[in-house]
Design a protein around this ligand. Structure first.
Ligand code: ZN
Length: 356
């Protein structure tokens, strides 16, 4: 059978193929959107996960080689058992913690709020370029869907931070993969840690330097049905951390879209919905993810401090102005101004920190 009957047919076919590719918005991953619309548990159960190829990388010899290379992180947290006896995080207990070192619920006493905060693989830690193990054979870190727009964004002052949770209905959630991650991780929310002045604020310390602000983008393993379900699993969570440094050329500029909304959540336990027309993609928050980064196995930095987090911390800071920092410093917690909401650095113990 003759496929092309007239000369323009091939050109028309090319145009049609280009248009259908465009509608994918550049995503090179399968369409998961229908699975995350309402109740993901009904679609991907933990039992299904082993049979679900969408969230595993295909077995390619290059990847296998990289995994068997000596620089690859070993499974350091096998001692942690996500047993059924593990209590799920209690919101009331988590709400009671404080960042004030003099407070009875301050960071040094968080292990009384939840014993897991006294574990051996806690975060944040000191990150040092000179002592990190350099990974030579590496898979690139990828964030698919970085330009996708959510339906809305829920901004919350939860009493401890300013948290932006994206609400997706008809669009794929951004998915993080590659680098130290063995599977694909689905974007959940981002939030910040900051200081009362610009000499402090970040949770991680990079080469003895603390930055005024640190963003945490929280992802959960797509093998599990939700963030809650994944957070108790040994490979459940991946957090991307980035530092901000002060933009010195102009104190009054507004460089970051999301800072425009902070004044809506000054009061503790308040929230504000950013409607579709004002939403912004992750690309507008962090830009391209092309920086070298540290990776290590650690924990959530707030109670219950679950040791289920693969940390990815960028070495290249983003920019923020003093005006924007002051918008953070106006937010309030239950006990006063919400500032210095960073946990002190924790012991490394026998962990290794990798530099990708
Ligand atoms: Zn955080």
């Amino acid at each position: 059978m003759q496929l092309f009957k007239w000369p323009g047919q091939l050109v028309l076919l090319n145009i049609l193929m280009f248009m259908s590719w465009r509608s994918c918005r550049g995503l090179n991953v399968p369409d998961y959107s229908s699975r995350y619309q309402r109740d993901p548990k009904t679609v991907i159960s933990t039992n299904d996960a082993g049979r679900n190829p969408d969230f595993y990388f295909p077995a390619d010899p290059e990847a296998d080689l990289a995994e068997s290379a000596p620089e690859e992180p070993p499974l350091l947290r096998q001692k942690y058992r996500p047993a059924t006896s593990t209590p799920s995080p209690r919101p009331s207990a988590a709400a009671a913690f404080s960042y004030n070192p003099k407070d009875k619920n301050g960071p040094s006493n968080w292990n009384r709020i939840d014993a897991r905060c006294g574990g051996r693989y806690q975060s944040p830690i000191l990150l040092n370029t000179s002592s990190a193990l350099v990974v030579n054979r590496k898979r690139p870190l990828r964030l698919a869907g970085i330009t996708n727009l959510p339906d809305s964004i829920r901004l919350q002052n939860d009493g401890h931070s300013a948290k932006f949770t994206y609400n997706w209905r008809n669009v794929e959630r951004p998915v993080l993969s590659g680098g130290p991650l063995k599977t694909k991780y689905v974007f959940e929310q981002f939030h910040f840690h900051w200081g009362s002045n610009s000499s402090v604020g970040s949770e991680h310390v990079l080469d003895q330097q603390r930055y005024p602000l640190e963003i945490h983008l929280v992802f959960y393993n797509g093998l599990y049905g939700s963030f809650q379900e994944a957070s108790n699993q040994v490979d459940g969570i991946a957090v991307v951390g980035l530092f901000y440094e002060i933009y010195k050329h102009s104190a009054n500029e507004q460089l970051n879209t999301w800072t425009f909304f902070l004044y809506n959540v000054v009061q503790p336990n308040s929230e504000y919905t950013i409607s579709f027309i004002d939403t912004f993609p992750l690309y507008e928050v962090i830009g391209d993810i092309e920086w070298p980064y540290f990776s290590y196995e650690g924990s959530l930095t707030t109670p219950p401090c679950l040791e289920t987090v693969t940390w990815i911390v960028a070495t290249k800071p983003l920019l923020v102005t003093e005006k924007e920092m002051n918008q953070f410093r106006r937010l309030r917690s239950a006990t006063g101004l919400m500032v210095n909401n960073y946990r002190p650095v924790q012991k490394l113990n026998n962990r290794r920190v990798f530099l990708y």
